[in-house]
Design a protein. Structure first.
Length: 365
């Protein structure tokens, strides 16, 4: 309610009341004189009474006007104090009673029990057996989620369980070659390992493997001309060795020599951080439809730490979503090829997330 409007109403009403009283007084004074049809008798006492009434009414009117003026001044002062208090309340609310509230959440696999696979795990916020960190609770009315920074240890095996199989066919002979899972220093080491495995396979004819460090391509040969490399069938076995060897993901035709279609690449370019509980609108859009919170570049050498900080522009470009409740985070790490998990040999990782909570729930309506 606007107090200044109330003051105006009081003043206008008082003026109307004074005018009405004055008119009534004049009317009664006029009617107190006898009718014109009767002889007028002027009585001195009546004049004295009328003078007295006028003087008293003037005094009352003056007092009343003074009181109205004082009341108006008091109301103005009150209105000023009220506005000042409102300004204070607005200022205080902007600092301490915000519509939204932001929290930093630290996730560190070192503080988690029974976390065997560090590339895929559940981080509980209810302080149960899977989490030794205290001070966490269920977060309600969460409307925003983003990564602030991350630390990973680059212990990724060159050959791991998702790219260690290669299916070879020569005539009627067919065998699946399995390479040892470990860190390889170069493609030459991989070629040597593949040659050793082929020599001990069920393939009866001789298959040779070499790597050209100038062209950075593999060459696989067999003298009879019946050599086939079944990359598509190998992919069905959830192996992506075709990329590591520089071939396209298709089965080759039978011939005696196969050379890589592309330059061999045994590096990992980036790791996608996926948190499945977060709505897709707040994630990085991608062909696989995963809830990718951020893409972390692997820009350090093997056996070293990767430190990543999200760009500051992410703070201004993040999308909010309808309020949800978070009691846990399902964290998955994927490398940059064919939805393969980031096999980091159980090396610990650390993430700092920012959670935005809606405090003024009326805004969600």
């Amino acid at each position: 309610m606007n107090i200044s409007d109330n003051i105006k109403k009081i003043i206008v009403g008082s003026v109307i009341l004074i005018i009405s009283a004055f008119i009534g007084y004049r009317f009664l004074s006029k009617n107190s004189i006898e009718d014109n049809s009767q002889p007028k008798i002027i009585i001195k006492e009546d004049n004295i009474i009328n003078d007295y009434l006028e003087k008293e009414f003037s005094k009352v009117l003056k007092i009343f006007s003074g009181e109205v003026k004082k009341s108006a001044q008091s109301m103005v002062k009150f209105n000023d104090r009220f506005l000042l208090k409102n300004d204070y309340l607005n200022f205080r609310n902007s600092l301490y009673t915000k519509d939204i509230e932001k929290h930093s959440l630290l996730v560190d696999t070192k503080n988690m029990c029974h976390c065997k696979d560090k590339h895929s795990y559940i981080f509980s916020m209810t302080n149960n057996d899977n989490n030794e960190t205290g001070g966490l609770d269920v977060y309600k009315n969460v409307i925003g989620f983003r990564l602030i920074k991350a630390t990973l240890q680059n212990l990724h095996y060159t050959i791991h369980s998702a790219n260690n199989k290669l299916k070879i066919k020569v005539g009627s002979d067919i065998d699946t070659i399995e390479l040892d899972k470990k860190v390889y220093d170069s493609e030459v080491d991989i070629a040597t390992q593949l040659q050793t495995k082929l020599d001990n396979s069920s393939i009866t004819s001789t298959v040779s493997v070499s790597f050209d460090e100038n062209t950075r391509k593999f060459t696989i040969t067999e003298s009879s001309g019946n050599l086939e490399i079944l990359f598509e069938q190998t992919t069905n076995d959830k192996s992506s060795i075709f990329r590591l060897l520089g071939f396209n993901n298709i089965d080759t035709i039978a011939k005696n020599t196969h050379v890589s279609d592309n330059v061999s690449d045994i590096s990992i370019h980036f790791v996608d951080l996926v948190v499945s509980e977060i709505p897709y609108i707040a994630c990085k859009k991608n062909p696989s439809g995963k809830s990718i919170i951020d893409r972390i570049p692997i820009d350090s050498s093997t056996n070293s730490l990767v430190h990543y900080r999200a760009p500051e522009t992410d703070y201004f470009s993040q999308n909010y979503f309808y309020p949800i409740t978070l009691s846990e985070l399902t964290i998955d790490l994927f490398e940059d090829s064919n939805n393969i998990p980031f096999f980091n040999e159980s090396a610990d990782n650390f993430f700092e997330f920012e959670i935005t909570i809606l405090k003024n729930t009326k805004l969600s309506n």
